[in-house]
Design a protein around this ligand. Structure first.
Ligand SMILES: Cc1cc2nc3c(=O)[nH]c(=O)nc-3n(C[C@H](O)[C@H](O)[C@H](O)COP(=O)(O)OP(=O)(O)OC[C@H]3O[C@@H](n4cnc5c(N)ncnc54)[C@H](O)[C@@H]3O)c2cc1C
Length: 283
């Protein structure tokens, strides 16, 4: 004979029916389906975020996975809060003081703790999402030479000139548009898009036009002020095969064993020294 008095009273058909009856307007006809249905969204989103986090460790371009994981966590948090609201409605329908109520309360507390942890993770990730060691932004320029097509001038991503900056009889060139052979480039055509070159070359082209047949061999130079750093370069850094720091504020650009450019940071005197040295190499 069964003498265990601790056992729960047998569930009557009436109690079963009452449990299935809707107790809140949003509980639906089958009891309380919305809360369990909704919790699948944060679970799915957060599991996917873990998969994306792992993928970011091995992917060639991890940024996409890192961002996807971040937004999946955000979607999961919103869905978890909505699911928690429906869960609260269910919880309030359970008589207080019953074991079912205590279980529901513990369930809700644990899940809200998880939501808070994910919210902290979301906030920390947002702060670091767009961080990078170095950000490089660059603009390109295309010389406007279409109008010279058919003019008889040689066009090759610029107007081709000789070392005296002469493009044709009675035609001299200077500035961004001029492509001329330079000794630092072993006689290959170069085109320089810098103010200093436009000014110096313009003067040289004018002298040559007046009869002074001097090859234009000035070492290209430009500067750029980036916040509190003055970056200056002399030579042809675009022809470099590698860069090496000669000093903490001087980087030298090499093509083979030959220095083809120097780049300095807040060191204008050193830059001018290197420009003179490059001019001697070019001469
Ligand atoms: C955004 C930006 C930032 C730059 N920053 C730097 C910098 O920090 N340091 C630096 O050294 N250099 C810089 N440069 C480059 C510098 O501005 C150029 O190297 C210099 O202006 C070139 O001078 P230029 O006389 O050869 O050509 P431009 O200054 O371009 O002058 C050419 C002129 O010809 C006109 N033109 C074109 N086609 C025709 C036509 N068919 N008929 C009549 N006129 C025509 C144009 O309207 C223009 O006025 C920068 C350039 C840009 C675009």
């Amino acid at each position: 004979m069964d003498t265990d008095t601790r056992r729960d009273p047998p569930v009557t058909t009436g109690a079963l029916q009452a449990a299935k009856r809707p107790v809140t307007p949003v509980a639906g006809p089958y009891g309380h389906p919305f809360h369990p249905m909704l919790v699948t969204v944060p679970i799915g989103a957060w599991v996917a975020s873990i998969v994306f986090d792992l993928a970011s460790r091995w992917a060639g371009e991890p940024e996409v996975f890192v961002k996807a994981s971040f937004w999946l966590i955000g979607v999961g948090i919103v869905a978890a809060v909505v699911a928690a609201l429906f869960g609260l409605l269910d919880l309030l329908a359970i008589p207080r003081g019953t074991p079912a109520f205590k279980t529901g309360l513990t369930h809700m507390a644990l899940n809200l703790t998880v939501v808070v942890l994910y919210a902290v993770s979301f906030a920390l990730r947002r702060d670091h999402l767009d961080e990078a060691d170095v950000t490089v932004a660059a603009l390109g320029a295309i010389p406007n030479i279409e109008w010279l097509e058919g003019s008889g001038l040689t066009l090759q991503r610029g107007v081709v000139c000789d070392e005296h900056l002469q493009a044709a009889e009675h035609v001299w060139c200077a500035g961004d548009v001029a492509a001329w052979p330079h000794p630092l480039a072993d006689g290959e055509l170069i085109r320089i898009e810098h103010w200093t070159n436009a000014a110096e070359q313009g003067a040289a082209a004018a002298r040559n036009l007046l009869g002074d047949r001097t090859p234009y061999e000035a070492v290209p130079y430009f500067w750029s002020d980036q916040y509190d750093v003055k970056i200056q370069a002399a030579g042809l850094p675009q022809r470099a095969e590698r860069f090496e720091y000669a000093e903490p504020d001087v980087a030298l650009a090499y093509r083979g064993d030959r220095v083809v450019a120097a780049v300095t940071f807040n060191a204008p005197r050193k830059l001018m020294q290197h420009r003179r040295q490059l001019a001697m190499v070019a001469a």
